[in-house]
Design a protein. Structure first.
Length: 95
């Protein structure tokens, strides 16, 4: 299906006003950062990287039980467990 000339003109007419989607997202981020104080920006946690793992039913049940018991999230439990295991094994990486 081919876009009509009228549709393309409409898109190009507003491209100058709004810019590309990437530029709009960057502008939004900059505006959010500008609205925060220096202290608020300093308190921001480091960004987390989304990862997917396959778990056995037993491991998932343990993870859910521990997160319920500690009133935390599964992510909190995993981070704490990895940190404690790294400390026990004396593994160090740069932050």
């Amino acid at each position: 299906m081919k876009k009509s000339d009228e549709g393309l003109n409409f898109i190009t007419a507003f491209a100058d006003v709004f810019g590309t989607k990437k530029l709009a997202n960057e502008r939004e981020k900059a505006e959010r950062r500008a609205g925060k104080t220096k202290e608020q920006r300093a308190k921001q946690p480091a960004p987390k990287v989304p990862k997917s793992y396959r778990l056995s039913r037993h491991t998932l049940a343990l993870l859910e039980a521990i997160s319920t018991e500690t009133r935390g999230t599964m992510t909190d439990v995993i981070e704490r467990a990895v940190a404690e295991l790294a400390e026990k094994l004396n593994v160090k990486v740069a932050k």
